[in-house]
Design a protein around this ligand. Structure first.
Ligand code: BES
Ligand code: ZN
Length: 621
């Protein structure tokens, strides 16, 4: 037994899965999927095959050829990895697993009609990164194992489905869709799968993904969806509400320009379509790079094109992350550091250098804050981290993004942009559709940029803690002005109207991030009286302001904090607000408030966000 990934039961001695066929029956009333998964292995195997599973009920495992049952065991769940599904094989090269998900499957959020925009229909969607695909189907849930897949989604007729895959049809269900194997386990499972599948008012949506992807990029959403075309290879999808679709279409109108820019930097766009899906406000991230169908929070739609930066980021993952993938989460910086770097290169061209520098400035601040957060746990200030026994959701931070960005920008400064651009193209060409680790990257770097290890301390950058001395705080007139205005606030001076006349969301965000965490309550009130940040439609601004208001015990804003925590589920906002409420001492009132708010809002959060907030509260209460 040799694990390949600290977050997976996958064994290096076992053949890897190459293809998965899924039949998924969506039962909205019970928030459950009844399913069949056919896994094909790279070669026949005899012995115990180890798969990852979480919150799944396994009804039976069969040999797909003979339909003979295969003995299996499902272990009690480990807090981080979930359960080991161990199947006894006798020279099979495929297995058929019949199972159901549970309402608390960690990848899935089931929204009841009142939790959606249109209020009429339910909605369900996945978020599989980093280790939640195993709660949708049993698999070798490690990015070391790339899979192709096909899927049949059986959903109510009034709904439709999208996936991170090519849509190949929508049609009536037929009995032939249902594996014979299901009949064998139906009575044991108390299901009649065939009659469910072919029931009235159902429709089947079919998809195929022919390019091998890591399991964390498996994704679907089901709901009453509408769409608008915004470019030759881009549609935006969202709930079928005209106002949502229209604002999304105008926010993302510039997408094709960015795709072209990505192609200049990295080579041809490799996934054919680049569609966007705007999710309900509970979506736990800003964006998720699911191939062919990026998932986005609606909070990026602000009407000022700044949402384009999130799209630039998820687009850049099409190469760095989706084509070249970190071999496991300990090397997550290979995904996010490269992507941050590429995102800023795209932003620099489509929005100008000033915007790119502001983004670097915001990143520089957040990197310094992350160092503070991990001052007693410096392992997570490294690029390459040890994550044995660690839940990736609990150590998610800006370190892999911004320290990764800094590392790549350092190499670029050393060798010059033209040489670095050439290096990146070669890197992508060389490792596309592969999953790699930090060592492999460094070897490739040294081989292609001879002597780099003498100029840049590669070991310090990748294995050392903290921010290396040759990291670089960005400079520009605007950036410097904002930071010095923030410093003056500490001395009691508020910026004049003429000084902020042209400021947009990012300027305010940077300004607020550079203010002291805790000031006099009267200063908080004065700032808001002049600039109305507590009411900003831009959550980056609003949340940064509310965070300061909480830390400064300016209780006038608690109703706004409550409203915010109940209307969005993006963890970038939940983390700082809940943390500000509960950390430190002498804040009993805030701690009680945090507990009450979480109890009331919990239902509206994605299970991953529920877990993250729970762990923040557990740490401080
Ligand atoms: N892949 C990440 C989101 C993610 C990371 C999900 C780790 C699960 C585990 C995505 O590309 C991302 O970085 N999103 C950012 C957007 C931003 C950097 C523009 C986010 O959600 O804030
Ligand atoms: Zn990312």
């Amino acid at each position: 037994m040799a694990p390949v990934d600290p977050h997976s039961y996958t064994d290096s001695a076992h053949p890897l899965t190459t293809h998965v066929s899924l039949s998924l029956y969506f039962d909205f009333p019970s928030s459950t999927i009844h399913a069949a998964a056919l896994l094909n292995l790279s070669s026949p195997y005899s012995g115990q095959l180890s798969l990852d599973a979480r919150s799944l009920t396994v009804h039976g495992v069969l040999d797909p050829q003979t339909l003979a049952p295969l003995p299996f065991t499902l272990s009690p769940p480990d807090a981080v990895k979930g359960s080991l599904l161990s199947i006894a094989l006798d020279s099979q090269a495929s297995v058929l697993i019949l199972y159901s998900t549970s309402p608390d499957s960690s990848a899935l959020q089931w929204l009841s009609p009142p939790q959606t925009f249109n209020k009429k229909h339910p909605f369900v969607y996945t978020q599989c990164q980093s280790i939640h695909a195993r709660s949708v189907f049993p698999c070798q849930d490690t990015p070391a194992a790339r899979i192709c897949y096909s899927a049949k989604l059986n959903v109510p007729r009034e709904l439709s489905a999208v996936m991170s895959a090519r849509h190949s049809g929508r049609r009536d269900p037929v009995a032939g869709d249902v594996s014979e194997g299901f009949k064998k386990v139906d009575s044991a499972a108390g299901l009649n799968f065939e009659s469910l599948w072919c029931g009235d008012g159902r429709v089947v949506e079919e998809f195929v993904m022919e390019q091998p992807i890591p399991p964390y990029l498996f994704a679907f959403a089901v709901g009453e969806l509408g769409s608008r075309e915004v470019g030759p290879r881009t549609m935006v999808y969202a709930e079928n509400v005209a106002a949502v679709l229209d604002s999304a279409a105008s926010e993302f109108a510039g997408t094709e320009d960015m795709v072209r820019q990505g192609e200049k930097l990295f080579g041809e766009y490799p996934w054919e379509r680049f569609d966007l899906l705007v999710l309900p406000p509970s979506f736990p991230y800003g964006g998720m790079e699911n191939p062919r169908m990026v998932f986005l929070t609606p909070t990026v739609i602000k009407g000022d094109a700044s949402g384009a930066q999130v799209v630039a980021h998820e687009l850049a993952h099409s190469w760095t992350g989706n084509l070249i993938t970190n071999i496991n989460n300990e090397h997550f910086w290979l995904n996010e550091g490269f992507t941050r770097y590429a995102e800023r290169r795209i932003v620099e061209v489509v929005q100008g250098e000033e915007r790119a520098i502001l983004s670097m400035g915001i990143g520089w601040r957040s990197l310094n804050e992350a160092m503070e957060r991990f001052k007693d746990n410096t392992e997570f200030t490294k690029l390459k981290t040890n994550q044995e026994g660690i839940d990736p959701d609990n150590v998610y931070s800006q370190v892999p993004y911004e320290k990764g960005f800094q590392f790549l920008a350092r190499i670029e400064r050393q060798i010059g942009r033209p040489a670095f651009d050439e290096f990146i193209k070669k890197y992508i060409e060389n490792f596309k559709f592969k999953s790699i680790d930090t060592g492999t990257f460094l070897e490739f770097l040294k081989a292609n940029v001879p002597g780099i290890e003498k100029e840049v301390d590669l070991k310090l950058w990748t294995e050392g803690t903290g921010i290396p001395p040759d990291a670089y705080e960005p400079v520009s007139d605007l950036y410097t002005t904002i930071v010095s205005l923030a410093n003056e606030f500490k001395l009691g001076r508020m910026p004049r109207e003429d000084e902020v006349a042209n400021w947009r969301g990012q300027e305010w965000e940077l300004y607020l991030e550079n203010l002291p965490k805790c000031v006099e309550a009267s200063q908080v009130l004065a700032l808001d009286a002049r600039y109305r940040m507590s009411e900003s439609k831009d959550y980056e601004v609003k949340v940064a302001f509310l965070q300061m208001a909480i830390s400064s015990k300016c209780r006038d804003y608690y109703p706004e904090v409550e409203k915010t925590l109940k209307e969005v589920g993006r963890m970038k906002y939940l983390r700082p607000l809940y943390t500000a409420l509960v950390q430190g001492s002498g804040n009993e009132e805030e701690k009680i408030l945090a507990k009450r708010l979480f109890a009331e809002a919990r239902e509206c959060y994605h299970p991953i966000a529920q877990g993250v907030v729970e762990s923040i509260l557990a740490k401080h209460l």
